[in-house]
Design a protein around this ligand. Structure first.
Ligand SMILES: [Zn+2]
Length: 116
């Protein structure tokens, strides 16, 4: 089985490790979603998502979403969306990761993670 054949998890979502080659330009936006969410938005770098979900990165974006809980309202329906850093290569190299990606611990979108 090639890496591509195995890029999608059993739940139909992409495995987190597939984003590792894109980690300098891609991050995850975490939305506390409707109908009961408060609309809070947080961000997570690819590396943080993987360290939270197991270093092999075989968990999917949907499994990542299922582990999160909104720190503001306790909602467990968190949408994970792939976001692209819009800055130029030069700016990224000078400033590093987007500040909100660095500062926002995904665990703060999920202050009380429950272990599976
Ligand atoms: Zn919320």
């Amino acid at each position: 089985m090639s890496a591509d054949d195995d890029a999608i998890g059993a739940d139909g979502y992409v495995r987190l490790r597939c984003y590792v080659p894109l980690r300098d330009t891609t991050f995850f936006s975490l939305f506390c979603s409707e109908p009961r969410g408060c609309g809070r938005v947080a961000s997570s770098s690819t590396g943080r998502a993987i360290s939270l979900m197991g270093e092999d990165g075989n968990r999917t974006t949907e499994e990542f979403a299922a582990r999160l809980r909104c720190a503001a309202c306790g909602n467990r329906r968190i949408d994970v969306r792939v976001s692209i850093d819009p800055r130029t290569h030069e700016t990224r190299r000078r400033e590093g990761l987007l500040s909100e990606v660095c500062d926002e611990d995904p665990a703060s979108a999920s202050s009380s993670l429950s272990e599976p």
